[in-house]
Design a protein around this ligand. Sequence first.
Ligand code: ADP
Ligand code: MG
Length: 241
Amino acid sequence: SSGINFAKYDNIPVKVTGENVPQPIKNFESARLRGIVLDNVVKSGYVVPTPIQKVSIPVIAEGRDLMACAQTGSGKTAAFLLPILNNILDESHDLEIGKPQAVIVSPTRELAIQIFNEARKFSYTTYLKISIVYGGTSFKYQNECITKGCHVLIATPGRLLDFVDRTFITFDDTRFIVLDEADRMLDMGFSDSMRKIMHHQTMRPEHQTLMFSATFPEEIQRMAGEFLKNYVFVTIGVVGG
Ligand code: ADP
Ligand code: MG
């Protein structure tokens, strides 16, 4: 159903660099996920983690920044969603209206909706509130949803900045910021928006930044150096520039 071809991953090169990199997990059971999250992983039909998930889940769970490169269809969404949702549930931080604890930036509405749907599946029967905002549609309705409270905000770059400019949404409580499909965001002309988001003045100094990309062109390398601190760098397979 999902189209993940695990056989082709058997001999795929995995390159991980960084200081004190946590060991990859071998299966979801050893990922230290809460029972409720693990149940949802199983309900989603996930049996074994993909290579990017094996490396990324413990790295994010241990509080590290991450630059991850792996081809489309390799399971990058769950690689960041699972440790983020699990952390927010574990720490049960108080939810303040307008202060999402995780912000996930995605280049297109379609990709944002896919992330939203996965996040809903993995957080099924938990109290987590997930919201989504993107351009080309009513600002007011999206604002009403956010006003009900949101732990995790999934957003396209332009609409996210609109919300930050025009409403009480802030990054004050944001512990995780994800730039997903970073190379596509660049191709779509979002490099200024990405910088504006990452350098936003209310960004907590101790937040974790996670960048995911299918390719690793020079501009993404520069951004990784600019946005990430003491980060783990992983490439799965042969990743072009
Ligand atoms: P990427 O972001 O790398 O392009 P996705 O996260 O969109 O890849 O995953 C591609 C597809 O594979 C999705 O349908 C997703 O639900 C599925 N998938 C991801 N991880 C697993 C897994 N461990 N087991 C089974 N299916 C998976
Ligand atoms: Mg993706």
